[in-house]
Design a protein around this ligand. Structure first.
Ligand SMILES: CC(C)(COP(=O)(O)OP(=O)(O)OC[C@H]1O[C@@H](n2cnc3c(N)ncnc32)[C@H](O)[C@@H]1OP(=O)(O)O)[C@@H](O)C(=O)NCCC(=O)NCCS
Length: 185
């Protein structure tokens, strides 16, 4: 049975840990600070309009984690939340997970997300029994496209009109890696 850890240490000052309702205030202020920036690439900003929304979201993620349907990790740099990496979806029958992520704009350009995603992919494929990890990225999102490419994911092609972004369809590129491919890296 797949067992996902509560925390993953990436570096001495960089930790991924499962979100708790007590994190809602800090996480919400980070969303608020980055709202305009994130809205360009992520579809859920209109569902996060208060600390209460954030509490509900975290509780929902906890419930999904208990059902092995997904989970939300906070990225903590020196004890401050700077972004999230989540398992947006899990296909337990086929041991596949779909990963999503976002980072505070002021912390971008330093490799924090590449290292964080690589750490969670490693845990999922090497220790948790997953066989395949997928990252779907909206077209024309070069910073996000660079992350799976840097980690050696394969480009599996374009899905047309895959993401509804407020008022328009966006195509996505699907990247994936299997456990045996990851092991050879
Ligand atoms: C996608 C997103 C997380 C990428 O952030 P990022 O800061 O570019 O990614 P990283 O933290 O891995 O940093 C990579 C940058 O740091 C540099 N870097 C420095 N040290 C590095 C290291 N050890 N490892 C990797 N990159 C390193 C890289 O060269 C790269 O710089 P560049 O942008 O000038 O090429 C961020 O743009 C974001 O949150 N966007 C909005 C939300 C979003 O699009 N989410 C994804 C939806 S599919």
């Amino acid at each position: 049975m797949v067992q996902i850890p509560d925390a993953v240490r990436v570096e001495p000052s960089l930790l991924l840990r499962i979100a708790r309702p007590e994190d809602a205030k800090e996480l919400y202020s980070l969303v608020e600070k980055n709202r305009v920036y994130l809205r360009e690439w992520l579809p859920w900003l209109d569902d996060a309009e208060s600390i209460e929304d954030e509490i509900d979201f975290i509780k929902d993620q906890q419930k999904r984690a208990s059902l092995k349907k997904g989970c939300l990790f906070l990225i903590e740099l020196e004890n401050d939340i700077v972004g999230t990496v989540s398992l947006n979806s899990i296909d337990l029958g086929n041991l596949t997970g779909w990963i999503g992520y976002w980072l505070d704009k002021d912390h971008s350009g330093r490799g924090i997300m590449t290292k964080s995603v690589a750490a969670i992919v490693d845990v999922l494929l090497v220790s948790c029994g997953f066989n395949r990890i997928v990252i779907e990225v909206g077209e024309n999102n070069p910073s996000s496209l660079a992350i799976p490419k840097r980690m050696g994911f394969r480009n599996e092609g374009t899905s047309l009109e895959r993401l509804w972004m407020y008022d328009r369809w966006v195509n996505s590129t699907q990247f994936a890696i299997t456990a045996s491919e990851w092991e050879k890296k």
